[in-house]
Ligand binder design. Sequence first.
Ligand code: ATP
Ligand code: MG
Ligand code: FE
Length: 343
Amino acid sequence: QYILAIETSCDETAVAVVKNETELITNVVASQIESHKRFGGVVPEIASRHHIEQMTLTLQQALDDSGMTIDDMDAIAVTEGPGLVGALLVGVNAAKSIAFAKQKPLVGVHHIAGHIYANRLEKEFQFPLLALVVSGGHTELVLMREHGSFEIIGETRDDAAGEAYDKVARTLKLPYPGGPHIDRLAHEGEETIEFPRAWLEDGSYDFSFSGLKSAVINRLHKAKQRGEELKAEDVAASFQASVVDVLSTKALRAAEEYGVKQMIVAGGVAANKGLRKALEEKFQNSEAELLIPPLHLCTDNAAMIAAAGAVAFNQGHRSGWDLNANPGLDLERYGARKTGSPS
Ligand code: ATP
Ligand code: MG
Ligand code: FE
């Protein structure tokens, strides 16, 4: 069984083919980062225009790479949300056109379900499992008791982890996206500043990063006023220590409370070296097996959409010809709408 998937929710135009749910055949990602850099973030209209320009070329490359045609595919999967509406529309319309022309089943996929299922291209899932989703727009702990079922046990109350990285990076005048730059600097610096850790109420699995972000900005401001020399490396190391401490501590506590078999890490911030190391240390003596995808499967790609789409397809989910982009698509509700009739 072959699934062709399209992902255009943000700033990468991506097409992939996955065989039998877990075997990656091809994974093509056309990134627009260079075009958004000078604006310090993703400009939605520019993203949409890039997607429309790159969509067919990316599809062509994915088919060339795999030596296959659309006729060989069993279904067409596409990210229907969440994401930027104008960006999503390009992928949704491309997927619908292909599916309609070739009369193939169409499967709408939740972007975060995709980030989670990226891990299954590396290793089979064992339930119950917990996924720590840390991306540009999301930070949440998701409990999965079976395929395609998602229960959010904790989430950010303000900024996402990736968003905090990008905002702090901007204050340090680092290029967009800032996450990888802070990560690099953090390894050259030391934790000389004690930034707050938002543990929230006892037992809560929610997160909060806006206070930390403000603390970093205030500290830099104060240093400037005093003419004090603060090393960017140390600021990065101190900021990263706070983020990583909270994420890894809550992940371990949740894994033990829910007695999960696996702890899965998903989303762009899963590429963070500090987070990977902290989780590896924390989970060394845990019953739960830690899974972290390779870097190319952490950030946005279509292989993950194919992996999640294949499962949804095999569970009976089909989207109708009225499939639309849904920028606010809810993960739990997406998981609940299993079989049969069109979305
Ligand atoms: P979402 O998936 O929530 O819709 P998104 O698709 O924009 O958002 P991703 O592509 O999953 O997010 O991840 C991008 C984010 O990951 C950016 O905020 C980026 O700074 C961050 N990121 C990437 N690499 C690293 C790293 N090494 N350390 C920290 N953050 C990183
Ligand atoms: Mg991205
Ligand atoms: Fe993403």
